[in-house]
Design a protein around this ligand. Sequence first.
Ligand code: CA
Length: 246
Amino acid sequence: MRLLLVEDEDAIRSALDRALRRWGHEVMAAADLATAKALAAERPPDGVISDLKLPDGSGLDGVRLWGVPFILMSGFASFDDAVEALRLGCVDFLTKPVAMQTLQASIGRLGDRCRDWDLCLISLEGGGSSLIRPVPEGFDEQQIAVESLEWTHPEEAYRLFEEIGSQLEGKRERQLLAELMQALPSGRVVVNAAAGWWRAWLAGTVDWQADDGARDRRAVIADLADRIVERDGGMAVECVRTRVGS
Ligand code: CA
């Protein structure tokens, strides 16, 4: 797996880095959230192992952003942190110091989750940005076609979707993207695509209760998805990834 390791204590980070590599993983290591975000933007990780308390924020902010299976570590954690971690789908919440044997078992569970998590994740975060993330199957290193489109009227959204939609695999994911783009009165979408997978990031705000049209669209999105998780100021939508080429 390609693992993103986020830990600000140098001694712990290098010990974990060594262990993870020894167990055959590719490791991207960061000492703070900003570095971790830059690394993840460059090469999306399969999973994340993160300290909870980082110099520039909470590990929870990172995992919320990346939407991949994760393990959190903390010297001490509040009840609220633990609840939030579980709500976000934390594989394990480990107390530091973490015994290597414990970590190895957790990494095994993380691997299982990565395999099971054959999902498309769409999350509408506080600011209304959303992420559609079909988990790569046979991840292709030969990145990436990038399209970045903006619209300022709802009518433009579908026309723009038609420009990019034909390049994207998966009927259901495509339809979800079309619905989401049209849900945003104005917005922006960035699509990265390569053989067998694609990702789209949407930014904009949605008022799902605005009118009947918005409520209907929300229902269509719910129908297309397998699961919608409501969050403060947003929601996460997941669907089982359709087969490549379907
Ligand atoms: Ca720390």
